[in-house]
Every structure is written in structure tokens, then in C-alpha cells.
Design a protein around this ligand. Structure first.
Ligand code: ADP
Length: 532
């Protein structure tokens, strides 16, 4: 590599729900090289959604190699990568063997709702026995639900990892046996990827980053440790749990045996759940700043600074980031929508209404309204702020007049209504109204998708030119861990030269009476879809 130029870059490995990406950034967040690969999705039964953890790993490694080849082709030496960060789909649960380093079953994806009965079982357990919050002191019934929310910031739901892991231990004999013999290692996706990048079973580096840990239903968001009372409530042996680490520190170095050796010895310095990474990538680092990412699902995160705001309106309290092992955590309120871009994908792949995702905008543009149609995209129940795992997907208001354009438009409106529902809850919880919403994610490529969001929401949508905020966030966390470019997440002014490219604004352009009427229609449709 002597003829190649030496640069100073940060690599970010973004392990999303449908694809993995590796993006190489310079100090201003210019993209120097990148690659993206989709990986297989498994839907073996209604409501089930699985990934093969080894396939995620293989695609990640291939993706790194492809991007690194591009970097070299552009004339840069591979040693220009000074550090890498990893960001990942959250809640998705991986179970593997300590001895072999291999997965014991398919990973259960965050959208999967097979665990409804496991949730019901634990609701009953919470009702009858409760949680032992301190030696001899049990909280049960409503107090139990409250205690769980108080400790974790979360409700019981199919969404979170502990429920998925419990299901695996109960249903897969290999996982049951590994749990009993202390061979089981539980992890979220960043735990699994990091474990493999640094050497797998030969090193057994078994950690879970704190924002990811805050989605397990096991983390005490104040102490930043797994809560023993919850570990025993779910019946887990403590030996299966990873060590919790911050979002920004050097966890280990990439093994020469992975990804074609391109990153041999490079430190891994940043880990964060994809939504938290996008918050950091949008530089929403202080109280009151918010972003919404529209990918497979949509996730609105509102930074609440050093304070944990407990929602009474169906939002989650979550950890936004912890920038260093001794840094104070920063918290966020989150509204999670399980179906956003995946509804567009459904129109494309299952209904064949469109040829590519962008086509939803062209199709929807053929009509100026939905002709009275509402589409509640509750493919696997409804998350925030409704929390109804039994809700059924519903298209209502259909008549002889209804055509595919109306349905396409109703799909985009569903996305906007769900965003509005979350913003209404945030207003009630935080007392702050949002006049501007920063957005990113694949779905924000659609101009009409964005105009509909502004119209239905009644706020201005701000879309940055460079929208790889998720990858950028993990790059910032990783760079900061080795003090590259003077970046310091706890001192946002050090990031002022990062991503200064422009933005596009979409202003609301709908009369208030119509917005109100449509909002009421949506609420009626949601009521009908509940408890299906
Ligand atoms: P993830 O990281 O969750 O895999 P992405 O951020 O890559 O998702 O976004 C992909 C999603 O965005 C897909 O579900 C796709 O249907 C949707 N999408 C892509 N382009 C457009 C577009 N132009 N308009 C609306 N939706 C789109």
C-alpha cells in the first residue's frame, strides 16, 4: 500500500433490519467509501420474523471488504481507518454458545410478535407474585407494572429482548440445555457482531452496549446495570448476561481473521442502537432536541438530557447515549412505530402495486386524497403510543371508487398519523411542542412522503442533505473514543464542522379543519383495529 495516500477516516458498520452498510467518513462527515448489502429475512409463521445471526455476520464482513476495496480504488490506504463504530437494529435477540461461538437458534427480530403468550404469562406473574424490588419487598399488580416501568422505562411487550430470550429458552431444547449448563450467551446484535469481529469464541468478549441494554427489559436505567430482581423475574441465570459497556470507548480490536483482514488491529470505539446513533448523528445531544428516523419502522427520539422523564402517555424512557465509561448517561423519550417503510415494502413485494419503493410517491400523487380510506398498518400489533400487541392491520373506508393510488396515499398518511400520535404524547409528557421535526432514513427520500407528513402533522419537516445519520452517529461515538479530530460527544461545539451540508424544509400546507377531520378519522380507525 506504499503508493496509496494515508488519510484519517472513521468506519461505521450499520447492521440494520434489512441490510448492513459500511460507510467510511472523513472529519466533516463526507462519505469516502460505502457499501450496502441486503440479507435474508425469514417469516416462517404469521407474526414471526427471524434472522440468521451468522448471515448477518457474513454480510457485515463482505460489506466491509467491498467498501474497503472502494476506498483503495479511490487511492486511500486501508490503514486510513483509525477506528470503527458499530450501530444496530435494537431488541433483536441472539443466543449463542460460549464453547463454539455459534448461534443456538435463529435470532428473533424486534418486529416479531410470536411471544404474545409469554407476555400474558409475565403479566399474570406481575399481577400475582410481582417483582422483589428489595429483599423481602414485593411489588405486584398495578404496583408491579409501575415498578417495572420505574426501573426500566418500559412496559411488558413482545418488543423487548427479555421476552424473546425467555421464549427461546422455553421452546428450543438446545437453548434450554445451554442455559442450564451455563453455555448460553445472550446478546443483542451489537454484542454478537463485536464478539465476532474481535475473535469469537477464542476471545469470548461478551458485552452489551448501554443503549441496547436499555431495550432488554432487564436494565436499571439509573444504575446502568442489569437489575437482579428482573433477571430472576424472567428466570435467567446471571451467567448468560453480557457485561454492560458505554457507547464510546475502545472495546477491543478487529481480528486479522475477519473481513479479509482489511481492518486487522483497528480499534472498535463506538457502539449504539441505531435509533440512538441517529440521534447522535443528527447532533441532537441536548435536552429538547428531537429526530425521527423512517426506515423499516419509525422512531422518534426526544432528548431529555440528564433527566429520566417517565412517560404517562405511552412513550418509552430510554438511554440516548453514554459517551465514555465514566460519563453521565443522557436520556431520551421515545415513540416507536413498528411499521413505516415496511408498509411500502409490502405494497411493492406482496401487493405488487409498485415496482420500487420510490414508486409509492408517484402512485400516491395520482390522487389528491385517499378517497376516505384509512390504513392502520398494524402488521404486528401497534407500538407507541397504543401498545396493543393484539391490534390487527386494517384498511377501512373502502368503496367501489377506491383504487391503488388511494391505498398508496393512505399508507403514507398512516405513517404521518402515527408520528402525530407520538408528538401529541410527547407534548403531554414533556410540556414541549415540536414545530420542527428533523428526519432521516430511507423513507425520507420520498418528497411526497415528506409533504404528507408535514400536512398531517402540522409541523415543518426538516430533511438534511446527508441522511446517513445512523452510521454517522456511531462514527462520532467511535472517533470520540480515541479523541480523533478533537471530537467530544459531551462537548457538542467540537462537532460543529461535522455535516454542515444543507437541509430541505417541508412546510404544512393543509387547512386546520381538514387536518382535524382526518386526525379524528384516524383515531376512529385505530379504535377499530385494537384487540383484533
Ligand atoms: P432500515 O435501516 O430499517 O433497513 P432504511 O432506512 O434503509 O431501512 O429504509 C428503507 C425503507 O424505506 C424501506 O422499507 C423502503 O420501503 C422505504 N423507502 C425507500 N425509498 C423510499 C421512498 N422514496 N419513499 C418512501 N419510502 C421509501
Amino acid at each position: 500500500t506504499q503508493d496509496k495516500r494515508q488519510g484519517e477516516f472513521v468506519g461505521s458498520l450499520d447492521c440494520g433490519t434489512t441490510s448492513v452498510r459500511f460507510i467510511v467518513f472523513d472529519q466533516y462527515a463526507n462519505i469516502i467509501a460505502q457499501n450496502q448489502l441486503e440479507f435474508p429475512q425469514y417469516y416462517p409463521n404469521p407474526g414471526w420474523h427471524e434472522h440468521d445471526a451468522e448471515e448477518i455476520q457474513q454480510h457485515a464482513e463482505l460489506c466491509i471488504q467491498n467498501a474497503m476495496k472502494e476506498l483503495e480504488k479511490a487511492g486511500w490506504a486501508k490503514e486510513s481507518i483509525k477506528v470503527i463504530g458499530i450501530t444496530n437494529q435494537r431488541e433483536t435477540t441472539v443466543a449463542w454458545s460460549r464453547k463454539t461461538g455459534k448461534p443456538l437458534c435463529k435470532a428473533i427480530v424486534w418486529t416479531d410478535s410470536r411471544t404474545k403468550n409469554t407476555v400474558v404469562h409475565h403479566e399474570k406473574k406481575l399481577e400475582e407474585t410481582g417483582i422483589e424490588v428489595s429483599p423481602g419487598e414485593w411489588k405486584k399488580g398495578k404496583d408491579g407494572v409501575e415498578a417495572l416501568r420505574e426501573i426500566t422505562g418500559l412496559p411488558l411487550s413482545t418488543y423487548f429482548s427479555a421476552i424473546k430470550l425467555r421464549w427461546m429458552i422455553d421452546h428450543y431444547p438446545d437453548v434450554t440445555a445451554a442455559h442450564e449448563s451455563d453455555d448460553l450467551l445472550f446478546g443483542t446484535v451489537e454484542s454478537w457482531i463485536l464478539y465476532n469481529l474481535v475473535g469469537g469464541a477464542s476471545t469470548n468478549l461478551h458485552v452489551c452496549e448501554v443503549t441496547n441494554a436499555s431495550r432488554t427489559l432487564l436494565l436499571n436505567t439509573t444504575t446502568l446495570q442489569f437489575e437482579p430482581s428482573l433477571v430472576s423475574f424472567f428466570g435467567f441465570r446471571p451467567s448468560i448476561l453480557p457485561k454492560i459497556v458505554s457507547s464510546s470507548e475502545v472495546y477491543g480490536h478487529v481480528s486479522p481473521d475477519v473481513a479479509g483482514g482489511y481492518l486487522a488491529g483497528v480499534p472498535v470505539g463506538g457502539l449504539a442502537g441505531d435509533q440512538q446513533a441517529a440521534l447522535v448523528g443528527n447532533k441532537c445531544l441536548k435536552q429538547g432536541e428531537a429526530k425521527c428516523t423512517y426506515g423499516t419502522g419509525a422512531f422518534l427520539l426526544f432528548c431529555t438530557g440528564g433527566e429520566i422523564v417517565k412517560s404517562t402517555h405511552g412513550l418509552l424512557s430510554t438511554i440516548a447515549y453514554q459517551a465514555g465509561p465514566n460519563a453521565k448517561p443522557v436520556y431520551a423519550l421515545e415513540g416507536s412505530i413498528s411499521v413505516a417503510g415496511s408498509a411500502v415494502k409490502w405494497l411493492r413485494d406482496t401487493m405488487s402495486f409498485i415496482e420500487d419503493a420510490a414508486g409509492v410517491n408517484t402512485l400516491a400523487a395520482k390522487e389528491t386524497d385517499t378517497g376516505g380510506v384509512y390504513f392502520v398498518t398494524a402488521f404486528s400489533g401497534l407500538l407507541a403510543p397504543y401498545w396493543d400487541s393484539g391490534a390487527g392491520g386494517l384498511i377501512i373506508g373502502v368503496s367501489q371508487y377506491t383504487n391503488p393510488s388511494h391505498i398508496a396515499r393512505a399508507t403514507l398518511e398512516a405513517n404521518a398519523f402515527q408520528t402525530r400520535a407520538i408528538i401529541e404524547s410527547m407534548k403531554l409528557d414533556s410540556g414541549t411542542d415540536l414545530h420542527h421535526l428533523k428526519v432521516d432514513g430511507g423513507m425520507t427520500n420520498g418528497d411526497l412522503t415528506m409533504s404528507i407528513l408535514a400536512d398531517i402533522g402540522g409541523f415543518t419537516v426538516v430533511r438534511p442533505e446527508m441522511r446517513e445519520s445512523t452510521a454517522l452517529g456511531s462514527a462520532l461515538l467511535a472517533g470520540a473514543a480515541i479523541k480523533l479530530f478533537g471530537w467530544d460527544i459531551n462537548a457538542p461545539e467540537t462537532l460543529k464542522e461535522v455535516n454542515t451540508k444543507g437541509t430541505t424544509e417541508f412546510k404544512p400546507n393543509m387547512e386546520e379543519p381538514l387536518r382535524k377531520k382526518k386526525w379524528e378519522g384516524w383515531q376512529r380507525a385505530v379504535e377499530r383495529s385494537k384487540g383484533w
